[in-house]
Design a protein around this ligand. Structure first.
Ligand SMILES: Cc1cc2nc3c(=O)[nH]c(=O)nc-3n(C[C@H](O)[C@H](O)[C@H](O)COP(=O)(O)O)c2cc1C
Length: 172
């Protein structure tokens, strides 16, 4: 069965290595593209109808509100044939220590029973946070494998680490 590389990533201003920089391509998207090339799977970007502000501070406010309200932001697209995939790579930035709420929307849209989920995140110090246990709660019948946390500012150099993680997971 094919693998799906699904990911949420936000380009624009972000906090990297202690300062605000403009990212033309989001850090998680860079990692997702590496995984797509290594596995030959299909990539799917988890996009929202309402886009997040490119300004970092404003975005953190929006994200904090959504987390507080346990919001489920509406997504702009869907995976047509989820049943074709056995392994689902799931990428996201660490937002307020867990997954962005749009990733919760994504996870509640499909039935992941019997599928393998491989979470990976980019972050600026919080690692995976509690996101792996949050993910297991939403997808209790999926086989959630050990996640990979990558420091956002080092993502360009992470290819070897990513390749090793995929190899260890046993997913083709
Ligand atoms: C709204 C928001 C909240 C964030 N919260 C955290 C956090 O709690 N811990 C952390 O380590 N990094 C946090 N970050 C930094 C991002 O996780 C990091 O920059 C990530 O690599 C961004 O990925 P992206 O470019 O794919 O969106 C946050 C960034 C944003 C925009």
């Amino acid at each position: 069965m094919k693998s799906l590389i699904s990911y949420f990533s936000r380009k624009g201003n972000n906090y990297v290595g202690g300062r605000i920089v403009n990212l033309p391509i989001g850090n998680t998207e860079v990692a997702a593209t590496m995984i797509q090339k290594l596995t030959g799977g299909d990539a799917f970007r988890i996009g929202t109808v309402k886009e997040y502000p490119p300004d970092y501070q404003k975005c953190t406010e929006v994200a904090r509100q959504e987390l507080r309200q346990n919001a489920r932001p509406e997504l702009s697209g869907r995976v047509e044939r989820m049943e074709d995939y056995g392994a689902i790579f799931l990428g996201y930035p660490n937002w307020w220590s867990t997954m962005p709420m749009a990733v919760y929307t994504f996870l509640e849209t499909y039935d992941f029973s019997g599928k393998t989920i491989l979470p990976f995140c980019t972050h600026e110090g919080s690692g995976m946070g509690p996101s792996e246990s949050d993910l297991k709660k939403i997808c209790p019948n999926a086989n959630v494998l050990k996640g990979l946390a990558i420091v956002g500012g080092s993502v360009q150099k992470a290819e070897k680490e990513i390749a090793a993680w995929i190899r260890e997971s046993g997913v083709e």
